[in-house]
Design a binder for this molecule. Structure first.
Ligand code: AMP
Length: 171
């Protein structure tokens, strides 16, 4: 799986100075690399009876929705404030580059449903922590937070203490 690193492009100083942005578009553009990524993730959860896969706006939607299809699970969107049309719950979080809030529909998860959270990058863990909080508000059970890559030096794992985490690639 380390070979997948060839398809992650480093973009320095994006979206602001000092951030080394991990661009997954080359991986998405390569059919074999993308299929390998999704198949690898799907294999890990195939026997887990996942009810819902959550994707975080916007890049998180891509892998999460493909994975939901593979796992015969529902797909739930977590979005930036004001984007979801129905009644929402909100959680605020700090990002590697700024602060923001995330929202989920109040009827997105039923109590006890088994939830997989998927995103491209685990950085400081603020985003995933906010998603975990939203799932907890709705009474869902987090099976795991699953990332394509983890920026180990930002120690996101620390923020998500007690929550199972898996990342395919580590930097
Ligand atoms: P964090 O909340 O700090 O864990 O940041 C995770 C979210 O921000 C993910 O949704 C990523 O898509 C995005 N992100 C944070 N840092 C980077 C980075 N260096 N390169 C690409 N995306 C990032």
């Amino acid at each position: 799986m380390e070979d997948l690193k060839k398809f992650i492009r480093d973009v320095p100083d994006f979206p602001k100075e000092g951030i080394l942005f991990k661009d997954i578009t080359p991986l998405l553009q390569d059919p074999v690399a993308y299929q390998t990524t999704i198949d690898y993730m799907a294999y890990r959860y195939m026997k887990e009876k996942i009810d819902i896969v959550i994707g975080v706006e916007a890049r998180g939607f891509i892998m999460a929705s493909t994975l939901a299809y593979k796992l015969n699970a529902g797909f739930v969107l977590v979005r930036k404030p004001g984007k979801l049309p129905y009644k929402t719950h909100k959680a605020t979080y700090s990002l590697e580059y700024g602060t923001d809030s995330l929202e989920i529909h109040q009827d997105a998860i039923k109590p006890g449903q088994r939830v997989l959270v998927v995103d491209d990058v685990l950085a400081t863990g603020g985003t995933a922590d906010a998603v975990v909080n939203l799932v907890n508000i709705l009474g869902g059970e987090i099976v795991e937070c699953s990332f394509l890559m983890e920026l180990d030096f930002l120690n996101g794992k620390e923020k998500l203490k007690g929550v199972p985490i898996h990342s395919i690639l580590h930097y």
